[in-house]
Design a protein around this ligand. Structure first.
Ligand code: TMP
Length: 205
């Protein structure tokens, strides 16, 4: 059984709903489950989240952005993720290091290796046991976000070209780390997406 599971995908991929379903299913099987999200999860990281997402300022430098995400992640690891894993909980985390690799590394053009190195400083050796990439094309995801009338944040408002690069970035990461990152077809009914996710989590392979 995997203990530290992260969920990744473009905006509107349905990650949050999948996580809720997975949480329910694992709890029903008696697991002690903690659900959390990035950027955020603790007071300091939520403060950094609002700097990153609410502040519509064209001038935010890409490296500044990458470091703020990494700083937020560091605090989240120390205050929430590490203690939960030490207490033998299953941690389901909405976004983690691969978001930084896809958004800042690929879409912002900082480079996967550079952003990985920055993040290793933040997470030390806390790499997820399993990462589920919910595969939904960016144009489909963005139109879902718009039709759900969720408020658009600073990154949602990026160009479609940017979101396409994010998507390509995720596919590249899945190819680089096929053992850790599993691709889940996101264009199917939600209960099917969730059961695919649960199957991967319970898979002992
Ligand atoms: P959310 O919409 O899933 O809450 O994520 C917030 C936004 O932040 C989303 O557009 C992805 C972006 N993001 C990054 O660019 N880098 C990161 O490391 C993380 C965690 C999120």
């Amino acid at each position: 059984m995997k203990k530290f599971i992260t969920f990744e995908g473009p905006e509107g991929s349905g990650k949050t709903s999948v996580i809720k379903e997975v949480e329910k299913a694992l709890k029903a099987q008696g697991y002690d489950v903690l659900v959390t999200r990035e950027p955020g999860g603790v007071v300091l990281s939520e403060r950094i989240r609002s700097l990153l997402l609410d502040f519509v300022d064209e001038s935010m430098d890409a490296r500044t952005e990458a470091m703020l995400f990494a700083a937020s992640r560091r605090q989240h690891v120390v205050e929430v993720i590490r203690p939960a894993l030490d207490a033998n909980k299953v941690v389901l985390c909405d976004r983690y290091i691969d978001s930084s690799l896809a958004y800042q590394g690929v879409a912002r053009g900082l480079g996967i290796e550079e952003v990985y190195a920055l993040n290793l400083f933040a997470i030390e050796d806390l790499i997820p046991d399993l990462t589920l990439f919910i595969d939904v094309k960016p144009e489909v995801g963005l139109s879902r976000v718009k039709s759900n009338q969720r408020e658009m944040d600073r990154l949602d408002l990026e160009t479609l070209e940017f979101h396409q690069k994010v998507y390509e970035g995720y596919l590249q990461l899945a190819e680089l780390e096929p053992n850790r990152i599993k691709v889940i077809e996101g264009n199917q009914p939600m209960d099917q997406v969730s059961s695919d996710a649960i199957r991967e989590i319970l898979d002992e392979g």
